[in-house]
Ligand binder design. Structure first.
Ligand code: SAM
Length: 236
């Protein structure tokens, strides 16, 4: 998979050289290219933002540098999927990550300030598959961290990126029971007793049928627990 990222803070992506993603790039499974949006500005100050039409607080990212930065990447590349991290997008799910992991080429546009001039998305959506995606219902200062989250969720699903592909089968949001996605059961490793806390006996029994039953029950109980969390003010 090829991944391009555009940002005014290219240094934010240093973690992509580490761990699974770094290794996947070394192994040729991924090719990541980072572009500095300021290289596409048209004035001496390398300005990327301006005041919002209609007034209001904050600054908006100008369309021109985004247009000039994206054109060469999407040119002759109609299959590319352009992802715009934004709190007003569709919230990322494991299912979405799995679908995106099959793409050949992803381009992330990492906004700052009040976001990118909306005409950039309107223009791109006439030429490519454009997705506006949120990583959750809260607001970050910029799209870089959100892009890192999405890249990690997506790329670990590419065959060969994880050392053990079986890890993907029984994990949170991939386990399905009665049409409902479950979170994973709790995991334990050696020693059998730590700070007076023993490992559940069934896990050391060697009885795989009983272990599977216990894990399924735990996954269900945990899923019910997180889905019943009440709002903090407790009035609903
Ligand atoms: N004015 C925007 C709004 O109210 O929707 C918020 C802009 S935010 C301060 C700046 C940038 O951070 C956004 O353009 C986006 O790239 C990124 N961002 C913030 N929260 C995000 C989230 N939950 N998911 C994905 N990206 C986010």
């Amino acid at each position: 998979m090829k991944i391009d990222l555009i940002s005014i803070f290219p240094e934010y992506f240093a973690p992509l050289k580490l761990s699974l993603i770094g290794k996947a790039e070394q192994d040729g499974l991924l090719s990541i290219q980072i572009h500095d949006l300021r290289d596409f500005t048209s004035d001496g100050h390398r300005t990327v933002d301006d005041t919002p039409y209609g007034g209001g607080a904050g600054m908006v990212m100008k369309a021109q540098p985004w247009g000039d930065a994206t054109d060469p990447i999407i040119e002759n590349n109609p299959q590319i999927i352009v992802i715009v991290p934004t709190p007003s997008g569709q919230v990322l799910t494991q299912e979405m990550a799995a679908e995106l992991s099959k793409a050949d080429h992803l381009l992330f546009l990492c906004g700052r300030y009040e976001g990118i001039d909306a005409r950039v998305m309107t223009d791109l959506s006439t030429r490519v598959d454009l997705r506006e995606i949120s990583i959750g219902d809260y607001v970050l200062a910029g799209g870089e961290v959100a892009a890192l989250v999405m890249i990690e969720a997506i790329t670990r699903l590419i065959p060969g990126v994880l050392g053990n592909a079986a890890s993907l089968i029984e994990e949170s949001h991939s386990l399905i029971q009665d049409g409902q996605s479950l979170v994973e059961y709790p995991n334990f490793t050696k020693p059998p007793l730590w700070r007076g806390l023993p490992v559940p006996e069934v896990l050391t029994s060697g009885n795989h049928g009983e272990i599977a039953k216990w894990r399924a029950a735990q996954a269900l109980a945990r899923t019910h627990k997180i889905k019943q969390i009440k709002p903090m003010n407790g009035d609903q």
